[in-house]
Design a protein around this ligand. Structure first.
Ligand code: TRP
Length: 336
């Protein structure tokens, strides 16, 4: 059987929240259980350095994200699960691709353009605080993708451009040096839920409106109580479709539970009661993963060992490909 290779990287910066779980960890892990898929999940710690120069934070976030993947059910026997910085072929390929990537292509990258634009609006030099890391970020990401013969890259809308750039870079390389790279496609899952946050906007670290995924029970309850609601009293019918409480409910509930909650809104359930039920639903759902998460964090040696084993497996793919790429560009032994 021909496996689809599916590759997902997550940048360890900050603590994972419910929105990451619903939009990313949960669907990725479900997809990894399919028989016709070979999944590669990795911690993009080289990417983390672009935005974060605090070593303790990078280190802690890497441990937390690794523990999150495992606690949420990633099976390291099935999935090739590794840390980007354990794969020396990634920076090596990055350089070779950098030498074959037009600067003009990078000028068009959204993340770079957004940085320049906000500098201009602030009356700063356009390149203020723009590192070469930020500028060449899409080349590093292309190396991540191309090194493993990736067919599909599940991403959010904001990352589609990067996958398209990886494809452009691969095409250009193949054209010049022969067919070395599979051309990857982005897979945007419009069905995967986008969660609303405490304030009703999309749950996102940059809005400061998140509910961290593995809060202790009491803290989880406190966060849920902080979800913004209107001033309607118990007994007044409420609109589920404009309510964060309902949106979050829906992301975790069965269809029957969702229908029941919709009815309860129509019947005028009080906000306090709706939040109490939401807490119970989330807490039941997250109890098992939270216990596994805490056990893993208490045993970082176990995480380290799994990542190292994953790197060995990943390098079964990256070492041979890199060897052929080196030879193709003329980096090969001098004796014939
Ligand atoms: N840039 C991605 C993000 O910030 C993370 C990432 C790095 C990635 N390399 C990747 C995602 C390769 C998919 C494939 O979300």
């Amino acid at each position: 059987m021909k496996y689809q290779r599916v590759l997902t990287g997550i940048t360890p910066s900050g603590t994972p929240h419910l929105g990451n779980y619903v939009g990313m960890f949960r669907p990725a892990i479900e997809a990894s259980r399919r028989e016709d898929v070979q999944s590669f999940f990795f911690l993009a710690d080289f990417h983390a350095l672009i935005k974060c120069q605090d070593p303790d934070l990078v280190h802690r976030a890497t441990r937390e994200i690794a523990a999150t993947w495992l606690a949420c059910g990633l099976d390291p026997d099935r999935v090739v699960f590794y840390r980007q910085s354990d794969i020396p072929e990634i920076p090596e390929l990055t350089w070779i691709l950098t030498c074959n990537t037009a600067k003009g292509l990078m000028n068009r990258a959204h993340a770079y353009k957004a940085a320049v634009q906000s500098n201009q609006e602030a009356g700063e030099d356009p390149d203020f605080a723009v590192t070469m890391g930020l500028y060449s970020y899409p080349v590093l990401m292309a190396a991540d993708i191309l090194l493993f013969g990736t067919d599909l890259v599940p991403v959010g809308r904001d990352q589609v451009q990067h996958v398209e750039m990886a494809r452009d870079i691969a095409q250009r390389f193949n054209h010049h040096y022969g067919e070395h790279f599979v051309l990857p496609s982005a897979a945007v899952d419009d069905n995967s839920a986008v969660l609303t946050g405490l304030d009703g906007r999309k749950m996102s670290k940059s809005y400061g409106n998140t509910i961290p995924l593995f809060l202790p029970e009491k803290q989880l309850q406190k966060h849920i109580n902080r979800i913004k609601t209107n001033l309607q009293e118990p007994g007044e019918p409420k609109d589920p479709d404009t309510s964060s409480v309902f949106q979050i409910w829906q992301a975790f509930a069965t269809p029957e539970q969702t229908a029941a909650m919709r009815q309860a809104f129509a019947d005028g359930i009080g906000w306090g009661e709706a939040k109490k039920q939401l807490f119970e639903l989330l807490n039941d759902h997250l109890r098992g993963p939270r216990e596994r998460y805490e056990a893993l964090l208490a045993d970082p040696g176990r995480i380290e060992q799994l990542l190292r084993e994953g790197a060995v497996r990943a390098r079964h793919f990256s070492v041979p490909l890199m060897k052929s790429v080196r030879a193709a560009v003329g980096l090969r032994p001098l004796d014939p």
